[in-house]
Ligand binder design. Structure first.
Ligand code: CP
Ligand code: NVA
Length: 308
């Protein structure tokens, strides 16, 4: 059976834990090396990843390309606007053709149904590089960052502030799979996707909703935020007005544990969801988090290709 990675549940808790272990080992083994040098065992030598982008990206694009290089393979970028997909060739036919030409497909798109359709017709693994619904690869990198900064995942208290978006959905999904809790501080009308929340709760995770930002952050081990206006969203003025009380600033960080980490998937909108003092401050691990996109995705790629 072809392994796809459309959401974290496709892998499950045990595989996720294996990915985190593999990522830590591989990262340590190549410390100080030139970034493009393949790992000693080059486990994906000869393999090619096609990357389809229907939305902008800096980190996802560069980190998947570098991940493939470090695994001994290579990547091809397809900007949707310059492909036949952008002119109306069907997702199904695109899946059939790419499956004959490459070993795996990563796609960043809007509608989650599109990635499901791609996976349904592909005979090679499909990896979610962000949809409007979820961003699972980001969360593997986030978990790696949390663990490497010395925090155990079971029982961890993660506070999420701002918008109930795609990154939150994958955070909540991870909570259910790995046994941590999420305290969601978002305004009414911008709530988390109940589909992900219900599943995480059914797996035993505590997912709580707080309209008061300080209450959400109180005693948290990790504080996370993201843009208030995700790609493709409108209504910027109303969103900013509603989410301003949830800005992660020094006063809010002070309500978390003194050793709490600050995470942000980036790009950041400094002065909106987070202040300079926090993102550049002692608790921020956002640059490790960004680098970890490479290390985490190497393990995701190894998992979809049956090596983990
Ligand atoms: N965090 C993230 O996915 O960044 P990009 O949009 O730059 O890929
Ligand atoms: N929630 C953001 C994440 C960007 C990496 C978006 O979808 O635009």
């Amino acid at each position: 059976m072809t392994r796809h990675f459309l959401d974290l549940s496709d892998a499950g808790g045990d595989a996720l834990a294996a990915m985190l272990g593999d990522a830590q080992e591989r990262k340590t083994a190549r410390l100080g090396w030139p970034k493009g040098r393949p790992d000693a065992d080059a486990p994906l030598a000869g393999h090619v990843l096609a990357m389809i982008f229907e939305k902008n990206s800096t980190r996802t694009r560069v980190s998947f390309d570098m991940a493939m290089r470090q695994l001994g393979g290579s990547a091809i970028v397809l900007e949707a606007g310059t492909t036949q997909l952008g002119r109306g060739e069907t997702v199904a036919d695109t899946a059939r053709v790419l499956s004959r030409m490459v070993d795996a497909i990563m796609i960043r798109t809007d509608d989650h149904a599109k990635i499901e359709e791609l996976a349904a017709h592909a005979t090679v693994p499909v990896v979610n590089g962000l949809t409007d619904a979820s961003h699972p690869c980001q969360i593997v990198a986030d978990l790696l960052t949390i663990v490497e900064h010395g925090k155990a995942l079971p029982g961890l208290e993660v506070a999420w502030l701002g918008d109930g978006n795609n990154v939150l959905s994958s955070t909540v999904e991870a909570a259910g799979l790995l046994g941590f809790n999420v305290r969601i501080g978002v305004p009414e009308g911008y709530d988390a996707d109940p589909a992900y929340v219900d599943v995480a709760r059914s797996r035993g995770s505590k997912i709580t909703v707080h309209r008061d930002a300080r209450e959400a952050v109180a005693g948290a081990d990790v504080v996370v935020t993201d843009t208030w206006i995700s790609m493709g969203q409108s209504g910027a003025e109303a969103r900013i007005a509603a989410m301003t009380p949830y800005q992660v600033n020094e006063q809010l960080m002070a309500a978390a544990r003194p050793d709490a980490l600050f995470l942000h998937c980036l790009p950041a909108h400094r002065g909106e969801e987070v202040t300079d003092a926090v993102i550049d401050g002692r608790q921020s691990v956002v640059w490790d988090e960004a680098e970890n996109r490479i290390h985490a995705q190497k393990s995701v790629l190894r998992w979809v290709l049956g090596q983990l």
